[in-house]
Design a binder for this molecule. Structure first.
Ligand SMILES: *[C@@H]1O[C@H](CO)[C@@H](O)[C@H](O)[C@H]1NC(C)=O
Ligand SMILES: *[C@@H]1O[C@H](CO)[C@@H](O)[C@H](O)[C@H]1NC(C)=O
Ligand SMILES: *[C@@H]1O[C@H](CO)[C@@H](O)[C@H](O)[C@H]1NC(C)=O
Ligand SMILES: *[C@@H]1O[C@H](CO)[C@@H](O)[C@H](O)[C@H]1NC(C)=O
Ligand SMILES: *[C@@H]1O[C@H](CO)[C@@H](O)[C@H](O)[C@H]1NC(C)=O
Ligand SMILES: *[C@@H]1O[C@H](CO)[C@@H](O)[C@H](O)[C@H]1NC(C)=O
Length: 289
């Protein structure tokens, strides 16, 4: 019993010592870790801060206190050869006021940007729509305006959410965004015809929300190329005419919102395979079974 106990205690002591070593090593390493991003990224962040009227809690204009990678909402990655780079900015719901500085687009390694639910206004710097690493762009619930540039090029983009703003101009297309999964441009002031070209480039797209804009004209053929589409919301626009047949060839489509438009005609009998909720809300639509 005694021997077994001794052995166990010895083993335990060794483990404890090892654990203590780990405890001491960990804080030392993180204390000595360089929290600075490269000066270009620091300038970009400070430029962004300068464009705000509200400031950003925990951020500093002071270059000697440049621990920008530990600033609130900033994520860095040091696997990049050129130094510690800013790869993420998550400042949703931070009561930010003011406009988006052009310098934001200098964060060339930015992979996600979430500025949702603030009071940002003015136009979005066009460079932001040309960031090659950007996977997720969420500018929803702000007061941003102006068009989304037609020459945008976001090859890594998976999620676009610019809903609940005051964007104008024609339907964004996002040519070259082949990895797009979510496309939400709802509750803006986009106008002109619905364009299904997003389906040309992004066959894996699952959600398309165009609702609550000023789109008019027919609902064109083309959504059929979005083979993974689960939700299509075009409600509360000024869309007219008949529904295109290819819409009903989408086996993955679960949610189709059409209400508050001028649509007419018949739903394909295939509609029974799609969850259309509830049919009574499709005022201008006659349902055939
Ligand atoms: C921290 O990293 C930045 C950018 O990589 C560099 O400019 C700076 O000299 C480094 N500071 C220290 C104390 O190592
Ligand atoms: C930068 O900030 C540090 C601490 O917050 C302060 O001691 C220093 O004087 C500031 N430097 C400048 C140039 O403002
Ligand atoms: C935003 O933050 C406030 C507190 O600052 C909180 O009450 C509110 O629930 C947050 N809203 C969202 C959508 O996260
Ligand atoms: C951005 O932040 C909001 C609020 O926390 C969150 O609901 C949303 O999912 C985020 N956007 C993305 C694209 O992750
Ligand atoms: C886009 O953002 C809004 C507001 O933050 C949110 O309610 C909505 O669910 C988001 N869209 C998608 C498709 O996630
Ligand atoms: C998308 O494909 C359709 C049908 O092939 C074509 O008419 C349209 O011009 C394409 N859109 C773009 C932007 O290439």
């Amino acid at each position: 019993m005694g021997k077994i106990g001794d052995v166990s205690v010895n083993v335990l002591m060794k483990r404890l010592r090892f654990a203590c070593l780990l405890l001491f090593i960990r804080p030392l390493r993180s204390n000595s870790q360089n929290q600075s991003c490269i000066s270009g990224d620091l300038n970009a962040l400070q430029g962004f801060l300068r464009g705000l009227e509200s400031g950003t809690p925990g951020w500093s204009m002071n270059a000697s206190a440049s621990g920008c990678c530990s600033w609130d909402g900033v994520s860095c990655d040091d696997s990049v050869a050129s130094g510690r780079r800013v790869i993420g900015l998550d400042l949703q719901n931070k009561s930010l006021k003011g406009s988006l500085a052009d310098s934001l687009a200098d964060l060339e390694y930015l992979s996600w940007l979430n500025l949702s639910s603030n009071s940002l206004q003015g136009t979005v710097p066009s460079g932001l729509f040309r960031l090659s690493q950007l996977k997720s762009l969420d500018l929803s619930v702000n007061r941003l305006s102006g068009p989304i540039p037609m020459d945008s090029y976001l090859p890594s983009l998976e999620v676009l959410n610019v809903s609940h703003n005051a964007f104008t101009g024609s339907h964004p297309i996002l040519a070259g965004s082949t990895k797009l999964v979510v496309f939400d441009i709802s509750s803006n002031k986009f106008s002109g015809g619905v364009d299904t070209s997003v389906c040309n480039f992004s066959s894996g797209i699952q959600v398309i929300r165009l609702l609550a804009n000023s789109f008019s004209g027919d609902l064109p053929v083309g959504f059929g190329s979005c083979a993974s589409l689960e939700e299509l919301s075009v409600d509360s626009n000024d869309i007219s005419g008949n529904l295109p047949n290819d819409l009903f060839e989408l086996s993955s489509l679960r949610r189709l919102y059409l209400q508050e438009n001028q649509l007419s005609g018949w739903l394909s009998s295939r509609i029974v395979a799609i969850c259309l909720t509830p049919c009574q809300t499709y005022r201008h639509l006659e349902c055939s079974t």
